[in-house]
Design a protein. Structure first.
Length: 709
């Protein structure tokens, strides 16, 4: 009689054990997603160079959000790594993304703690998605047309990644990439201690670290790599929206893996992420005086006392070719590592996060007590860099502000004595931490975060850390994690994810800070900014490994509803007399003979801001399938080979609401291939009537022949 219940109990335990075992997956649960975040491509200031003159008027490469969701088993909490083709990540964007994910999944699954948003730092995307005033001045305030699609695309990419989650593995590889980056502030780098510099072979980090995501069927589904270089191959004269060298590298990788699928639509997702790029430039031919050809002043990066004539050049004949070359070099290295990736990552997935008030943080640095300050920007901030000089007579390396600009500053806001003393030797140009009208100018509260995948620690840097600043963070975190764990555990490896979660400008080392070049002048919390971050990330690393729960820290400000915007709205569009929207103004030639030919056509247009065509296109290049007598899409506006250029042309064009769309197509692909055939080009637009109603339209050219001789 007793055996029956006992057998039932044993069977129950066995079944329960079996079911629980199904919840554990050897390897990981992984998912990838991608979605368009391009936003408005006309009449909006571009984010990065801080130039009010840089207003976009078209599109070269669409911008994407690429998301990777990782769990160590079915029931665990995931982590999310999302790489954005954007200038930066703003606190407002991160907060709104978490809010919308909470609306979709509930407030437990995706939070500030386990979601990492990291920007590539392209300087050719639309601006206006910040809540802090300093970063929105050149964009004439908040631009909802940028903010909305950016947030929406990020959320949709994460939803897509989570929806596609599957059993899989993660492999790692790393290697050095040369001839793709230089240090743009070598004089500042030399301020670091000689014994520290002697530990490194170069004044930039050459290492690329790559993760390869393998799906349950053994096929790759995604890739992320981290490599430090500014996406400023496209200079500040560019007016076409572009993801620059990192975005193009992603496109090249995804085209390689996804074949003929439209860009942004394929199952394989490739992200070229950012690291400690604060002083790292892709303009590897270096700076020179454009009037004399001579080297620039080494300390001040000026020619005859002016920064505008000291320009760094990329390896190409123009900015487009330079973008292509630097992208190709990143792609080539990533492709090699991707095929060499055999080291499997194992171990739990975890995360730790804390909001921190970065003002008034006390540190012990080199035996001295110090403290961070309220935010402030120095005079050299206004000088810009050799990648994009500023205006007026500002130069880098300024330790004493001019009388004229001090008077101008005092007219705006006189800094307190305490701020001036705290920020020294930085001469304060903008006391942003003391400027709160009409709302705060720069953040005081930032996010700090570390994600872990087995022994790999991903440190989310809330700004642009210079090469040596990043090295110190990496070393401190790895050392702390190693001490915190038992000796038989594998050595921790640290990856730096630059420009993550919130933007707080630059972080130079205390030694670099003394020279006050651009990066130091933009180190907003003073000379002890890096030691304060190092102290914080050490605390996070220790707590993560030891499983110590931290408080969330001070609440993150969110005041998007209070933001001002002075960007003019689109009022209406009109077509010229005798023409319709979409009418072809310039037809293609009937035959194009050479591979190097560029097809250029023009259409009667309307403002692209009427419809941003998210995950869509303003144009298609179509090839005739002569067997089936149907037109197949060959290229869209996301392809490198096409350019969509929007212009207001003619007398009183703005008043009349008239515009022209110019579409250019280089018939040879980026890898030099040319496919003969019969083609046509289509244009898609939306016009706004004087009554505010919007109507879609399209136009199509005559067909033409490509011979590829």
């Amino acid at each position: 009689m007793t055996r029956g219940p006992l057998c039932i109990f044993v069977i129950f335990i066995y079944v329960l054990w079996f079911l629980l075992s199904l919840l554990y997956v050897s390897g990981y649960m992984i998912g990838v997603g991608i979605y368009d975040i391009t936003g408005p491509v006309a009449e909006i200031n571009m984010m990065g160079y801080g130039s009010m003159k840089q207003i976009n008027d078209g599109l070269h490469l669409r911008l994407f959000s690429r998301a990777f969701v990782i769990k160590d088993n079915v029931s665990s909490q995931p982590i999310v790594i999302t790489i954005l083709d954007a200038g930066m990540v703003s606190q407002a964007v991160k907060t709104e993304v978490i809010h919308r994910l909470g609306n979709h999944y509930g407030d437990k699954l995706f939070t500030h703690q386990n979601v990492l948003l990291s920007a590539t730092h392209t300087h050719s995307g639309p601006a206006g998605y910040f809540q802090y005033l300093l970063y929105s001045i050149t964009s004439l305030g908040f631009v909802s047309e940028t903010f909305g699609p950016l947030v929406d695309g990020i959320v949709k990419s994460i939803i897509q990644a989570y929806s596609s989650i599957q059993e899989g593995r993660i492999l790692k590889a790393e290697g050095d990439l040369h001839n793709a980056s230089i240090n743009r502030s070598p004089a500042a780098y030399l301020m670091n201690p000689p014994e520290e510099r002697a530990k490194y072979s170069d004044n930039v980090d050459r290492k690329m670290t790559l993760l390869k995501f393998i799906g349950k069927d053994g096929k790759p589904i995604g890739m992320i790599n981290w490599f430090a270089v500014h996406p400023v191959s496209m200079n500040n004269s560019n007016s076409l929206v572009s993801s620059d060298n990192k975005g193009l590298a992603s496109i090249l990788f995804e085209q390689k893996m996804n074949g003929d699928r439209m860009l942004g639509k394929g199952p394989f997702v490739a992200a070229f992420a950012q690291a400690n790029e604060g002083d790292v430039s892709p303009n590897i031919d270096g700076p020179r005086c454009i009037d004399t050809g001579l080297p620039c002043d080494y300390i001040h990066s000026s020619c005859g006392g002016r920064t505008q004539k000291c320009i760094a050049f990329g390896p190409g004949s123009d900015m487009f070719e330079s973008t292509k070359i630097i992208a190709q070099r990143q792609f080539d290295k990533a492709w090699t590592l991707f095929n060499e990736a055999h080291t499997e990552i194992t171990g739990p997935v975890d995360y730790i996060h804390q909001f921190v008030d970065m003002t008034g943080v006390t540190v012990d640095y080199m035996g001295q007590k110090g403290s961070t300050c309220k935010p402030a920007m120095g005079f050299s901030f206004a000088a810009g860099t050799t990648d994009g000089p500023g205006e007026f007579d500002f130069v880098q390396g300024t330790k004493h502000g001019s009388t004229f600009w001090t008077i101008v500053r005092d007219f705006i806001k006189i800094p307190s004595k305490a701020l001036v003393e705290c920020q020294a030797p930085k001469p304060v140009l903008l006391p942003t931490g003391e400027m709160t009208h009409p709302y705060p100018w720069q953040p005081s509260i930032v996010e700090t975060q570390i994600l872990s995948i087995g022994p790999l620690l991903i440190v989310a840097l809330p700004g642009e850390f210079t090469t040596m600043s990043g090295r110190r963070i990496r070393k401190a975190v790895a050392k702390t994690a190693g001490i915190a764990t038992s000796e038989n555990q594998p050595q921790y490896e640290v990856v730096l994810a630059g420009l993550s979660n919130v933007y707080s400008s630059y972080v130079a080392t205390p030694e670099e800070y003394q020279l006050q070049r651009y990066e130091a002048a933009s180190t907003i919390y003073g000379q002890y900014t890096l030691p304060a971050y190092e102290q914080q990330f050490v605390k996070l690393a220790w707590s993560l490994v030891k499983k110590i729960k931290l408080d969330q820290g001070p609440p993150s400000p969110y005041f998007v509803d209070k933001l001002l915007s002075f960007v003019p709205k689109v009022l209406y569009d009109t077509a010229p007399l005798g023409k319709n929207f979409g009418s072809v103004l310039k037809q293609p030639e009937s035959i194009y003979y050479r591979k190097a030919d560029i097809v250029e056509v023009e259409f009667v247009s309307a403002s692209p801001r009427n419809n941003i065509r998210s995950n869509g296109t303003y144009l298609t290049v179509e090839r005739l399938d002569e067997t089936l007598q149907k037109w197949d899409i060959f290229h869209t506006d996301a392809n490198w080979e096409t350019k969509f250029i929007w212009k207001r042309r003619g007398f009183l064009a703005w008043l009349l609401g008239r515009s022209v769309a110019v579409i250019q197509w280089t018939v040879s692909s980026i890898d030099g291939q040319c496919i003969p055939g019969i083609y046509r080009i289509r244009y898609f637009g939306t016009y706004r009537s004087i009554f505010g109603t919007k109507t879609d339209f399209s136009g199509v050219t005559n067909k033409f022949t490509i011979l590829c001789k």
